[in-house]
Design a protein around this ligand. Structure first.
Ligand code: AMP
Ligand code: ZN
Length: 491
């Protein structure tokens, strides 16, 4: 059984999708007015974990993530630069998609852009006007929250202080100032404007997600996610608009991740306390280490970002890599041992039970690391056969490929062109340390070891270069040599 914490009820509930076997998921995407920071990536990686676990559990998942390319912030940015919204948001959308791939996040089925769905927003606003949930004022159209008694159920805002008719135009505002919010904003000098039958103007932020979610997922769907900062006013307003217009429940499960903070403060562009993914990679970290860090704290806990925590994530990932590399070295013949099978089954069940319990990744990772510890101790006593080693490798690889996607045996290195012929300078290479070597290469390595032993360093160096040009990187250790297979990156 899978259980999730539902912000709407405030409880952990058993999850059942509307349509058996298939889940419809909407996750609020980036407002593309700047480059994403790792606080945003925390939200997207939590959503990736959720989606991967649903897929792993056998569900088909239809996932929609919007791109907010028209709102107060994008308009302000484009205006300041004197360029169109399209031109202003393009590099941020490109950077977002590139980072998404770098962090091994599964792509959504649809990335609708707000500017491509104005008609759908207008259609909802028309219904809200007809049904009396919306009213016009000074060229704008507002949602009258007093007409929607369920307002506040998600965010538990206090409606007692609500002054009748108080309203605001800003897309974001504090809980203390709960008020009627703009669905459609009157045109202003220098702002983009659309005229689709309700008077000229441009949409408010909240109506965008109501329109794009129902277009791709239907009027009622299973799961809606975001960070906790989205609960109020954004998601509260989405519920009000959608349910008032459609007369049916909007979303069954609301899942929100807690913030990534720095020194106790939410990481945010407006606070200037943020790192982009690129900032961190430039310090020599691997994107999968960043992914591991963001993934390994339970999504409803605050995550305090520090470089020490990132170093711990690196160490955890290396531990899994060392385990896989050591297993590869096991050569002992023998039948599969029931003991090792038992360990794998216990780890599998612990891993799945953890995630099924409101995505309790800590429990899942504890099951994995406990397996590693026990199997390592058997390995030290030579009680692991090659068959056992293969079963262990296949289990760890399976949960990595399907869920964690931290690719422990691959390393991205920045290597300068002098080392690899025919490639650009400081190219990033992906190195796989767990695949098998063919025998011709093994012979070359042996030949080089012999040359080194005979102090024929010239020959040893020639062989090193020759192997490098064939994609094998050698690293000399005190008594031995390690090899790594190099995969050139996609360009
Ligand atoms: P935005 O681009 O500000 O609309 O945010 C995109 C997503 O990132 C939303 O789901 C936000 O809730 C989430 N988000 C923004 N800042 C943080 C943070 N510091 N920690 C976690 N999630 C965040
Ligand atoms: Zn949204």
């Amino acid at each position: 059984m899978i259980r999730f914490h539902n912000t709407l009820s405030g409880k952990v509930e058993a999850f059942e999708p509307i349509e058996p076997g298939s889940v419809r998921l909407y996750t609020c995407g980036p407002t593309v007015y700047d480059f994403p920071h790792i606080g945003n990536w925390r939200a997207y990686i939590f959503e990736d974990l959720l989606k991967r676990f649903l897929l792993f559990s056998g569900y088909k998942v239809t996932h929609v993530m919007n791109l907010t390319d028209v709102d107060d912030k994008t308009i302000r940015g484009a205006g300041a630069k004197g360029v169109s919204l399209e031109e202003y948001t393009r590099p941020f959308i490109e950077a977002f998609k590139k980072d998404l791939e770098t962090l091994n996040i599964l792509p959504a089925d649809h990335y609708p852009r707000a500017t491509g769905h104005i008609q759908e927003m207008v259609d909802i606003i028309k219904v809200l006007l007809e049904k009396g949930f919306a009213y016009r004022k000074d060229g704008s159209i507002y949602f009258a929250i007093a007409k929607f008694p369920a307002y506040g159920r998600l965010s538990k805002v206090n409606l007692e202080d609500l002054r009748p008719g108080s309203r605001g135009d800003a897309d974001e505002y504090e809980k203390e100032s709960v008020h009627d919010f703009a669905l459609w904003k009157a045109p202003k000098e220098g702002e983009p404007s659309w005229d689709e039958g309700i008077g000229p103007g441009r949409p408010g932020w909240h109506i965008e997600c109501s329109a794009m979610s129902s277009k791709y997922l239907g009027r009622t769907f299973d799961i809606h996610c975001g960070g906790v900062d989205n609960i109020f006013p954004h998601h509260e307003n989405e519920i009000a608009q959608s349910e008032a217009a459609n007369g049916v429940k909007f979303v069954n499960f609301w899942l929100h991740c807690h913030h990534l903070v720095v020194d106790g403060e939410k990481m945010a562009k407006s606070k200037g306390n943020f790192y982009t993914l690129e900032d961190i990679l430039a310090k020599g970290y691997d994107p999968r280490e960043v992914r591991f860090l963001l993934l390994s704290t339970h999504y409803r806990k605050m995550l305090n970002f520090t470089f020490e925590a990132l170093d711990q994530a690196r160490a955890g990932r290396s531990r899994i890599r060392d385990f896989l590399v050591d297993l590869r070295g096991v050569k002992r013949e023998g039948p599969p041992s029931p003991e090792v099978n038992g360990l794998i089954e216990a780890a599998r069940s612990g891993f799945i039970t953890g995630l099924g319990d409101d995505l309790n990744i800590s429990e899942s990772l504890a099951a994995l690391f406990s397996l590693i510890e026990k199997a390592n101790s058997l390995m030290a006593k030579s009680r692991i056969s090659q068959a056992d080693a293969l079963s262990l490798i296949s289990f760890v690889t399976e949960i990595d490929k399907k869920i964690l996607m931290i690719e422990p045996t691959s390393v991205i290195l920045r290597v300068d062109s002098a080392k690899i012929q025919g490639t650009a300078e400081n190219v990033q290479i992906k190195v796989d340390v767990s695949s098998e070597l063919d025998s011709a290469i093994q012979e070359k390595i042996d030949e080089r070891q012999k040359a080194r032993a005979e102090k024929n360093f010239k020959r040893a160096d020639e062989i090193r270069k020759e192997l490098l040009s064939q994609g094998i990187l050698l690293e000399d250790t005190k008594d031995d040599v390690r090899w790594k297979k190099i995969v050139l990156p996609r360009t």
